[in-house]
Design a protein around this ligand. Structure first.
Ligand SMILES: [Mg+2]
Length: 224
């Protein structure tokens, strides 16, 4: 049994800024934090971590109440933005997921910095959610390594037994994705469909490196 844990933004889909803009609007409207879109780097981070970073930078405390308020507005904005943007599913993803779904020796989950509801909204919009039965999300953990552990735990609950790190493949578009794979002893696949190019991703030393997943055969071979 192999387990594939997919990142969302820059790996499965590009929402054309629907998520980031909703997040920035919500910081403004619920916390009075004015952020320039260009000043926030969100790639590879968790939603909780981004919120904490911005609150800290503005000498505000991210209480549970502030987080809940931020989140409600962020999710409403995300749902509003998704159909208005020219987002897309990234190359090869639909075929790859459909192929893996048919194999009985592979299961698929999510390992994403998105909060669970945000992951659900994005993947439902792009009709990919049905491929994923479990995941680790960015609701609780500022650090992506903890999300990786949560995804592994969720996988074990889903299967009803323990899994080894070397059964797991983490597929993502940032060095943080590679790093969090290592944190749980997993293999790492980096794909340059997000903001980082191939050269930059190579520095994080993934097991496999792709320009995009239009031809995912090296991954399929590795999963065999
Ligand atoms: Mg990503």
């Amino acid at each position: 049994m192999k387990i594939c844990l997919f990142d969302i933004d820059g790996t499965l889909v590009n929402t054309d800024g629907a998520g980031k803009d909703a997040m920035i609007d919500s910081f403004q409207s619920t916390a009075g934090i004015d952020v320039q879109t260009t000043a926030v780097r969100v790639s590879g981070k968790t939603d909780r971590g981004i919120a904490k970073e911005l609150f800290d930078a503005h000498d505000k405390i991210l209480t549970e109440e502030a987080w809940e308020k931020f989140l409600a507005s962020y999710m409403a904005g995300l749902a509003r933005n998704l159909p208005l943007r020219q987002g897309r599913v990234l190359p090869g993803i639909e075929a790859l997921l459909e192929h893996l779904a048919e194999r009985d020796d592979v299961i698929m989950g999510l390992l994403t910095g998105n909060v669970a509801q945000g992951a659900y909204l994005k993947l439902t919009h792009y009709d990919l959610m049905h491929h994923f039965e479990f995941g680790g999300y960015g609701d609780l953990h500022p650090d992506r390594n903890d999300v990786a552990q949560a995804a592994k735990d969720a996988c074990e609950s889903h299967l009803g037994h323990a899994v080894d790190g070397d059964q797991i493949w983490v597929i993502g578009d940032t060095a943080n994705d590679v790093r969090c794979a290592r944190a749980i002893g997993a293999k790492a696949v980096a794909v340059a469909t997000g903001v980082f190019d191939r050269e930059e991703l190579a520095k994080s030393d993934p097991d496999l490196l792709f320009d995009d997943l239009a031809d995912a055969s090296p991954l399929l071979d590795a999963l065999s």
